[in-house]
Design a protein around this ligand. Structure first.
Ligand SMILES: NC(=O)c1ccc[n+]([C@@H]2O[C@H](COP(=O)([O-])OP(=O)(O)OC[C@H]3O[C@@H](n4cnc5c(N)ncnc54)[C@H](O)[C@@H]3O)[C@@H](O)[C@H]2O)c1
Ligand SMILES: [Zn+2]
Ligand SMILES: [Zn+2]
Length: 406
């Protein structure tokens, strides 16, 4: 089959690789119909996530048709399913508590040992996301193996096209959990850093949970425009001093809750960010947490800090004193996907959530490698890329040898 593989920093390639096979009775094999590129994929593309290996298949946002099932899978051939990006067993201590992204059984011992050294405890598992999280092949491919297929995937009813439900695989539940973690109360003012897909869905969710006002911060005009269309007030951090602007907009109080939808690769030319960038390029640091520092300093006393943005290790100059002295609550984590799939699918079906407004490009999977470059370099134009393996597929392709396109 054809798949997008990682070979190093800024080096991903479309290649021909072996088809996946059932290896456990709970597995299923999907034929991918739609898959998307995520902001989290950029952290891999930029080489910031350790334990990637040359040839790893990327992609953790995907859906498709069930083409093969193991003896203990509850899926049936021909069903259309969306698969959550986290892999969970459904039975362990954490899954029983619905803390699905903390699952103790999905990350194989040999890889979880490495994550235990780094994190203190073994990490959960995810598709297409480094060997620290299990080294599972991802879904930017024609086919994918889905472990624990009786726990993760959600069956999609007929009549809901792929584009409406694909983002159940990650960014829609992630935006929702980000707003939930911000513990929004009716009438709150919520500030959201980053208007990428996660930020946009966090804004949508914050309003759905009763926020009176959402203030969205970014610097890409097209992304800020989308945030504005959703009802947010917007701040371009290149044009205004964000901390001053937020104080002024909230009568000196600061926002009730702040949400960091940027993560470990904050942009900007503030002194802390420049120092972080130099250290990251010298491999002396993993994080560039400028937006998180700013969010914590902006947050009102007694407020809430929600961090869906991904971080990988030890952050420098973390404003711990500000968290403590202002009495802030901090909540974070990889999304506990299975908690949110059914309720969000119902909301999509009832037309209560628009999930397609952020798709800027629908492209053939075969173009994935060049689209990673665009996604990295032109975020103002590329808000969200959806890849379709069947789209404009050249007829002769199956006969071609493995070939790098990047
Ligand atoms: N917790 C989870 O389970 C989970 C799931 C999916 C994604 N994520 C993470 O969420 C984050 C966002 O994902 P995405 O797909 O929206 O990514 P993205 O790269 O498309 O968007 C990030 C946005 O942040 C903006 N930004 C950068 N620096 C900023 C600053 N200083 N102030 C304000 N905005 C700034 C960028 O301009 C960009 O628009 C990433 O870190 C991603 O890894 C987490
Ligand atoms: Zn994602
Ligand atoms: Zn589990």
């Amino acid at each position: 089959m054809r798949a997008l593989t990682w070979h190093g920093r800024h080096d991903v390639r479309m290649e021909t690789v072996p088809d996946p096979e059932i290896v456990n009775p709970r597995d299923a094999i999907l034929k991918i119909t739609s898959t998307a590129i995520c902001g989290s994929d950029l952290h891999l593309y930029d080489g910031y996530i350790p334990t990637m290996r040359s040839g790893d298949i990327l992609g953790h946002e995907f859906m498709g048709e069930v083409v093969e099932t193991g003896a203990k899978s509850t899926l049936k051939k021909g069903q259309r399913v969306v698969v959550p990006f986290t892999i969970s067993c459904g039975n362990c201590f954490f899954c029983q508590k619905t803390q699905f992204s903390c699952c103790d059984n999905a990350n194989p011992a040999e890889t979880s040992d490495a994550s235990e050294t780094l994190m203190g405890h073994p990490m959960g598992a995810a598709f297409g996301y480094a060997h620290l999280t299990g080294g599972y092949a991802g879904g930017q491919a024609e086919y994918v193996r889905v472990p624990f297929s009786d726990v993760g995937p959600i069956v999609i009813p007929d009549g809901l096209e792929d584009d409406k439900v694909l983002f159940l695989s990650d960014i829609l539940p992630t935006g929702w959990m980000a707003a939930e973690n911000a513990e929004i109360e009716e009438g709150d003012t919520v500030a959201v850093w980053g208007c990428g897909p996660v930020g946009l869905f966090a804004i949508q969710s914050a309003f759905a949970m009763g926020a009176y006002r959402v203030i969205a911060i970014d610097h890409y005009p097209s992304r800020l425009k989308l945030a504005k269309q959703m009802g947010a007030d917007i701040l371009d951090y290149r044009e205004v001093e964000v901390l001053e602007a937020l104080k002024e907009m909230t009568g000196g109080m600061g926002p009730d809750a702040v949400i960091d939808c940027v993560g470990m690769e904050s942009h900007g030319m503030s002194i802390d960010n420049v120092v972080d960038t130099i250290k990251a390029h010298a491999y002396l640091a993993t994080e560039r947490p400028h937006a998180l520092r700013q969010a914590i300093i902006a947050c009102r006393k007694g407020g809430r800090v929600s961090i869906p943005g991904v971080y990988g290790g030890f952050a420098d100059k973390f404003p711990l004193g500000q968290v403590m002295e202002k009495g802030l609550t901090v909540k974070t984590g990889q999304t506990h996907m299975q908690r949110y799939l059914r309720p969000l699918l119902e909301m999509i079906g009832e037309g209560k959530l628009d999930t397609t407004f952020l798709i800027s490009h629908r492209e053939p999977l075969e173009r994935a490698a060049e689209l990673y470059r665009h996604w990295h370099d032109e975020q103002d134009t590329y808000t969200k890329i959806v890849l379709k393996p069947e789209m404009a597929k050249p007829r002769t392709q199956a006969a071609q040898p493995a070939m790098a396109t990047a």
